[in-house]
Write a protein that binds this ligand. Structure first.
Ligand SMILES: CC(C)(COP(=O)(O)OP(=O)(O)OC[C@H]1O[C@@H](n2cnc3c(N)ncnc32)[C@H](O)[C@@H]1OP(=O)(O)O)[C@@H](O)C(=O)NCCC(=O)NCCS
Length: 396
């Protein structure tokens, strides 16, 4: 294995981009990432595009984006891992470099959800899982799936709807400080509690929105990374796991088994002690597609004991300066969740965090130089855990 690092990042404004085509959105992010890395299209040897894309027009997004961005004839691939498609793109680009097949690869995540109506998008996402046994037979939607986890969690641990709301309040606060975020609106617990129910106990402000946007990162081999930058952000390790498609086959609704498994594997490879995991990382990006998902993530990553995740949020321990700052960019909840872009956006955000390039109000204190991304596809159908570090991995 060759060591590989992120050497350039690009990010569009998330929101509604009805005036742009998919490839234009992608190019905005790609152009910025190439400039940040100090390279041109001719230096890129491989392109991985994360895009779920069932609601947008082009069935071959990697090709359309490559042509528009003048990246042909570099090899390309489009990858899908539901809401973790962006992390799958990072994986494809990272592995291409780590295996020695390219010195520079580009991971791009892009989604244009506004090409379909909200109801069509709700239906398409609702099919993500087991179409026949869950969507077709019972009409479950994604807010519905996560509502089952929220119901089980509140019941088991005695948490309140206000505890879920605390996640939304934090993430809207940080999104307001992030010019790339979908929403720039600070909210209170009361605002969340008064918002309309989408799937009990989840209300409008417990949900991530439907968003358009793109992000890109340039990944280079150690040899090239050293020439391009003084602060490469190394991909220390990435671990992946898959959950059952049928939720009826899950052991409980209090945790995502795939996330636990992927975290265990990543921690083992990186030498992280699970029960002290929060001490290893200066900052985390976790998959908060619904507020309950962020609380489960705290526990699945071992940042806190089982059943204590809601208290961590309530006590403000996941704000900047707390035990472990989480989603200082606004998270999926308020930065937005353009499905295929999210994992790449997490990689871009953590790179900027580790380089200390964010405005002070949402810049974590970087002491150890380690960060973690937790990106989930579906309801734990896919789990991608990626550890980024300023110090070079020992292998290579
Ligand atoms: C929650 C959801 C159903 C709301 O959709 P909707 O009822 O059609 O809402 P609309 O688009 O009509 O928006 C109505 C208002 O609410 C706002 N809004 C929409 N979604 C929002 C959200 N998630 N959080 C906060 N505000 C939201 C809109 O900006 C709009 O505000 P305005 O009236 O001031 O312009 C939709 O955002 C959704 O499907 N979210 C989940 C997406 C998902 O499942 N992703 C995958 C997760 S793994």
């Amino acid at each position: 294995m060759v060591n590989a690092a992120i050497v350039g990042v690009g990010h569009t404004k998330f929101g509604r981009a009805t005036d742009k085509q998919l490839q234009e959105l992608a190019w905005e992010a790609i152009k910025e990432a190439l400039q940040d890395a100090g390279i041109t299209q001719r230096d890129v040897q491989f392109v991985a595009v994360g895009n779920t894309g069932r609601w947008s027009s082009d069935p071959l997004p990697a090709v359309v984006i490559s042509e528009y961005s003048d990246l042909c004839p570099a090899g390309s691939i489009r990858v899908e891992a539901a809401c973790a498609s962006g992390s799958a793109a990072v994986r494809a680009a990272y592995q291409t470099v780590a295996s020695g097949q390219a010195d520079i690869a580009l991971a791009v995540g892009v989604e244009k959800m506004s090409e379909s109506t909200n109801l069509q998008v709700v239906e398409m996402i609702g099919r993500a899982g087991n179409f026949f046994w869950e969507f077709e037979q019972f009409g479950l939607t994604f807010p519905g799936y996560y509502a089952m986890y929220a119901t089980a969690y509140l019941h088991r641990y005695g948490a309140k709807e206000e505890d879920l709301a605390a996640i939304a309040v934090k993430n809207h606060y940080y999104a307001d400080l992030n010019p790339h975020a979908h929403f720039h609106k600070r909210i209170t617990i009361d605002d969340v509690m008064k918002s309309r129910y989408v799937a009990w106990p989840l209300k409008l402000f417990d949900c991530s929105p439907q968003t358009d946007g793109a992000a890109a990162v340039v990944i280079a081999s150690e040899k090239i990374a050293r020439k391009l930058t003084d602060t490469p952000v190394w991909i220390r390790t990435q671990a992946v796991a898959t959950g059952t498609s049928n939720l009826s086959k899950r052991s409980n609704f209090l945790s995502l088994d795939s996330a636990v498994k992927a975290a265990e594997e990543a921690y083992k490879r990186a030498g992280v002690e699970r029960d002290k995991a929060y001490k290893y990382f200066d900052v985390a990006e976790v998959h908060d597609c619904f507020t309950i998902a962020e609380i489960l993530a705290y526990e699945d990553l071992g940042f806190v004991e089982r059943g204590q995740g809601y208290a961590l949020a309530r006590e403000g321990e996941t704000y900047k300066g707390g035990r472990i700052p989480v989603n200082l960019d606004g998270g999926l909840k308020a930065k937005g969740h353009p499905i295929g872009a999210t994992g790449v956006s997490m990689a871009a955000e953590l790179t900027k965090q580790l380089r200390q390039q964010n405005p002070p109000e949402r810049q974590a204190d970087i002491k150890r130089g380690w960060a973690i991304a937790h990106n989930i596809g579906g309801t734990g159908h896919y789990a991608y855990i990626t550890i980024y570090t300023l110090d070079k991995p020992p292998t290579g």
